[in-house]
Design a protein around this ligand. Structure first.
Ligand code: DX5
Ligand code: ZN
Length: 226
């Protein structure tokens, strides 16, 4: 478990005409991971990045590629994203017919496995597969677009999931994605998040990338007494 909150800027809000330079810039600015939003125009109403682009971007940083797959069916493309350089592959439970098999395929390919919960997804979806997970990704907006407002009802879900992770005894990253800014980031960290995705707040914030990333970091609260 990291002693600091991991910041994973989403390149969805970067300059798509110059993605290599954008990745080098956020690496130098202190990003811990690179969040890559893969959308298929089907599972979500937007179309973004495929494995060829991920492969082209890989040499631009040594930071882990945190690849968020919003595609269905997801199974046929998992191998291609791992081959392209995905270090963590996160999938939605409704993006393939057999979640357990999908997670097995990610691990068999040598990547870390993440499970993504939409705002309308119950936290108990993690229970049958928690032994396979390296990351739980809580969507605090509905997936498909950057620049949406944080849905406050997801804070309780973050707390619930933090407790499930603690109970599992496993080292699982608890990441939050959507509408994360310097204010909501503190609420997420206080609720138990250990990693934050931010697109607009990093790439379209008012400061430098380094300042924008630093503004998302807050002290991790001391464990609550039981
Ligand atoms: C939405 C994506 C997010 C998005 C976040 O479907 O999963 O990663 O890029 O963008 P912001 O930080 O602008 O809400
Ligand atoms: Zn994402």
């Amino acid at each position: 478990m990291s002693d600091k909150t991991l910041i994973s800027p989403s390149i969805l809000s970067a300059d798509f005409a110059d993605l290599g330079a954008e990745i080098r810039a956020i690496d130098a600015a202190g990003a811990d991971m690179i969040h890559i939003d893969v959308m298929d125009g089907h599972y979500v109403p937007n179309l973004t990045i495929g494995p060829m682009v991920v492969k082209a971007l890989k040499p631009h940083t040594k930071k882990p590629f945190d690849v968020h797959l919003m595609i269905a069916p997801v199974d046929p493309l998992i191998g291609a994203f791992i081959d392209a350089g995905a270090d963590i592959v996160s999938v939605h439970p409704d993006s393939g017919p057999h979640l357990h098999r999908t997670l097995q395929a990610i691990k068999a390919g040598g990547a870390k496995a993440g499970l993504v919960l939409n705002p309308g997804t119950h936290p108990n979806v993690v229970d049958p597969v928690i032994d396979q997970l390296d990351m739980i990704l809580v969507m605090s907006v509905n997936p498909g677009f950057g620049g949406q407002s944080f849905i406050m009802s997801q804070l309780d879900k973050i707390t619930t999931l933090a407790e499930k992770i603690k109970h599992s005894g496993r080292d699982i990253i608890l990441e939050v994605d959507g509408g994360v800014n310097p204010i909501t980031s503190k609420q997420c960290i206080d609720a138990g998040a250990t990693a934050l995705v931010a697109g607009s707040a990093v790439f379209k914030g008012k400061g430098s990338y380094a300042d924008n990333i630093a503004a998302l970091r807050h002290p991790i609260p001391a464990p609550r007494a039981v």
